[in-house]
Design a protein around this ligand. Structure first.
Ligand code: HEM
Ligand code: HEM
Length: 172
């Protein structure tokens, strides 16, 4: 068993703050309240910082460490069926696709939410339609994301949620 440092403190704080803020807005807060908008702006701020960190952050936080690649993701799926467990230190190709999906969806949610609050788009229907659809898509994605994290943790015997807390992966 070896311990490898994977996630810096910023990635970890970003992740769990995002979980709390997204959960508050999707499940707890009244969407007509000012709190909804403030928490929504926090999500926008977190995602903006994460995008910057994707260029200037530590090794495994950088987008160059997990480029979006459909062929690599398909290769990972094939590998799951044919090869003995292969381990990744940073994000896997499938995980990477999910992360880009979540980041773009969160940006669409925040942009459409902001438009709804402007005079120019007051009473215009499409920002609300986009906001609702993007929130639904984000919720479906989060369920898949968490299921994949649990599945991969069991399959590879690397506790991924623990690594997102401590910053270290324990590789067998
Ligand atoms: C992750 C961030 C966010 C989530 C999960 C979220 C979620 C939601 C949900 C579930 C609704 C109800 C949609 C419906 O009517 O079925 C809603 C409505 C709304 N959201 Fe958000 N939202 C987020 C960010 C934002 C932001 C950044 C703003 C604006 C600054 C915003 C402004 C609004 C407004 C104005 C409504 C309509 C409220 C009304 O019916 O009067 N949201 N949001
Ligand atoms: C309790 C529920 C959740 C758990 C246990 C969880 C767990 C994880 C884990 C373990 C990773 C790292 C995956 C890897 O090793 O490659 C991760 C990454 C990520 N998760 Fe979650 N997650 C949860 C909820 C969410 C939610 C609600 C969102 C967003 C709405 C989210 C967005 C992300 C993003 C954007 C990343 C990439 C992190 C980065 O590189 O900055 N997660 N999550």
């Amino acid at each position: 068993m070896s311990e490898v440092k994977v996630w810096d403190v910023f990635v970890r704080v970003f992740h769990w703050s995002l979980v709390i803020c997204f959960g508050l807005n999707a499940l707890v807060l009244d969407d007509e309240s000012k709190w909804h908008q403030w928490v929504g702006y926090m999500v926008a701020g977190l995602v903006a910082f994460r995008i910057l960190w994707g260029f200037f952050g530590t090794k495994h936080a950088r987008f160059s460490d997990f480029p979006p690649s459909l062929s690599a993701a398909l290769g990972q799926l094939r590998g799951m069926l044919t090869r003995p467990t292969s381990l990744h230190v940073g994000h896997t190709p499938l995980g990477a696709l999910m992360i880009y999906n979540l980041i773009f969806t969160l940006l669409a949610i925040c942009a459409s939410g902001y438009l709804m609050t402007t005079d120019m788009f007051w009473g215009v229907e499409w920002p609300e339609t986009v906001h609702e659809a993007a929130v639904h898509w984000a919720e479906i994605s989060v369920v898949l994301h968490v299921a994949a994290v649990v599945f991969e943790s069991l399959r590879t015997r690397v506790n991924l949620p623990r690594a997102m807390v401590t910053g270290y992966k324990r590789l067998p």
